[in-house]
Design a protein around this ligand. Structure first.
Ligand SMILES: [Zn+2]
Length: 292
């Protein structure tokens, strides 16, 4: 009874922390933000949301270009962004070496579909190439690293949803960074801060397919495969309690909270992937559906 009361309180905190998004992110707005950022006019996050900071940056650009200052992006304002804004998404095929507005929009759409590629910069480099190829494979398309009409069409389909429900990997959960835009990049999981050494539990039954150090900032990482292409990932651990190949039930301890890899403090980076595409874990966790 007492244990249940202790459990309930932190979960309410989580529910309170989840607020509905003000508006849906738009890849065109994200591309505009990248352009404004490259001109030194915008320092906010590349989040694809047209807010006050973006409007202010547009006015600054218009003032600098000596055109009507109305905060609206018309042909003249696009022209003021120079070469960067020349190509709208879909007006040409995108491949390694290209750059500009359409590349930034593609990069944002890939991230929204679970294939982020570093900082949003509008430069089609090796990082976008890799993300694009992974998306093409995921979508069952020809894997050629060229974003033409077929690939762009596949990106208009909504991102994948999580087929199997999950449980919280910590008993007392406080939500830190969410899934989605973060600064100039994309956060592909959720961060759950907790004291060093706090037990971390498997969010669903499955087989451990990774249990050890992983390069790229993950630190000590456990990955559990749940079937239906669904995998959950537990990063920055200070200790790992499972081995590759073992089957774990939901709620089995897989390790302890730490700050290994790229982490500024002890927290769990919890990530869920569907056939390789990262998805927002909050969509499959209890309470998340209450706040839509
Ligand atoms: Zn994280």
């Amino acid at each position: 009874m007492r244990a249940r009361a202790l459990l309930a309180l932190p979960l309410i905190l989580v529910a309170a922390a989840i607020t509905p998004r003000a508006s849906a992110a738009d890849a065109g707005v994200a591309a505009l933000q990248v352009g404004l950022h490259s001109h030194g006019l915008y320092r906010g996050p590349i989040d694809g949301i047209s807010g006050r900071a973006t409007a202010k940056a547009i006015r600054r650009l218009q003032k600098r270009a000596h055109i009507t200052v109305d905060g609206v992006v018309g042909p003249k304002t696009r022209k003021a962004l120079g070469r960067f804004a020349r190509h709208r998404l879909g007006s040409r095929k995108l491949r390694l070496g290209k750059g500009g507005w359409d590349v930034a929009a593609l990069q944002f759409e890939l991230a929204e579909h679970g294939f982020p590629s570093g900082s949003f910069d509008g430069i089609f480099g090796p990082h976008i190439n890799r993300a694009l190829r992974r998306f093409q494979k995921w979508a069952g398309l020809t894997v050629d690293g060229v974003a033409g009409p077929t690939t762009l069409g596949a990106l208009t389909v909504p991102p994948p949803t999580i087929p199997l429900p999950l449980a919280w990997p910590l008993t007392a959960t406080v939500l830190g960074a969410r899934f989605g835009p973060r600064g100039a990049g994309w956060h592909s999981g959720i961060d759950l801060p907790a004291p060093m050494g706090t037990p971390v539990y498997s969010a669903r039954s499955g087989q451990v397919v990774w249990a050890g150090w992983r390069e790229g900032g993950w630190g000590f990482l456990v990955v559990v495969a749940h079937g239906h292409g669904e995998r959950s990932m537990y990063a920055h651990l200070s200790r790992i309690d499972v081995r590759v190949g073992v089957w774990v039930g939901q709620g089995v301890r897989v390790g302890l909270i730490g700050a290994s890899g790229h982490a500024t403090g002890p927290h769990l980076h919890f990530e869920v992937r569907i056939r390789g595409a990262s998805v927002d874990p909050l969509r499959a966790l209890p309470f998340a559906k209450l706040t839509g």
